[in-house]
Design a protein around this ligand. Sequence first.
Ligand SMILES: *Cc1c(COP(=O)(O)O)cnc(C)c1O
Length: 358
Amino acid sequence: MSAPRLEIRLDRICHNARTLVDRLAPLGVGVTGVTKATLGSPEVARALLRGGVGAIGESRIENIEALHRAGVRAPMTLIRSPMASQAGRVVTHAATSLNTELDVIDRLSAAAVERGRVHGIVLMVELGDLREGILPGALASVAKRAARFPNIDLRGIGTNLACQNGVTPDARNMAELSALVASLESALGRRLDVVSGGNSANLGWALGGGDPGRVNDLRVGESILLGCDVLDRHPIEGMRTDAFSLVAEVIESNTKPTQPWGTVGQTAFGPRAVGPDRGPAARAILALGRQDVDPDGLTPPAGRSIIGASSDHVVLETGSANLAVGSEVAFGLDYAALLRAMTSPFVERVYSLDGSPY
Ligand SMILES: *Cc1c(COP(=O)(O)O)cnc(C)c1O
């Protein structure tokens, strides 16, 4: 098999999705499975759907189109506000999009009319994390105008916390979302179907025994893919944290001093702190670098540590033994590392079910 490669255990992704879907269902909360960290992988999308998610969420229309081309049949939601310039593609391929701008909704409406389609929109509300969202005071007036556009179906409201400033979903801001949908419904004189409470960062709140109120959807990517709580990155009880591993090949193996020599300036990636002299150490260079992965997000096997990385090299200290040239090393990945590896053209993806090739 070629290296570097991402080994992807679809059975573990499916297990994580199922675990979450089953825990949230009694609360009346469904799951939109988010594939954006996998470059819209159809294999991952199918694993999420087998695990019971009701819809697929993607941040990029290109990925939604790729899912369609691969034959994935599920309701697709574009979870980043559409670019006005992509309105036609959005209404053709996404059943629903998350929106904050009337100008964009205007374009979606025109594109939907042209194509004889109805496009669903969910209006995002700003609840303090200061990324996308209509300010709560403006929600009713924006919603009233949005609902009047032809071929636009205003399906509900949503919010997104934690991504920009780390604002934590809690009883207070989630109760505010429920209160907002209730007052919006009286202003519009009709019921709204969707209240999308947030992303993986909402799981602590949702599973913590509080009242979900009107929230009936969460858009979850990272916690399903990596099995962890994103607020503290601890494993979630009963979920697999090892669905993905990144395998790289050793191209040099040697014992070298731990202190560089010569005059020391900046490296290709900025200033570098020189550590203490620990004498000679066994180390290996891997054919892997910042073009393939975010090396800061890799977890090496026990007894090995990453001591440096550049565009094309990761240097690993290997403890007491030298690794053989041509041998392979497998790493765990965090979200940043996974995202970069999935979007690198140099990293092959190898899918498996129960460890056997898919
Ligand atoms: C990325 C994203 C999600 C999913 O986030 P995870 O942390 O991967 O669960 C949900 N909603 C929006 C708007 C996003 O951008």
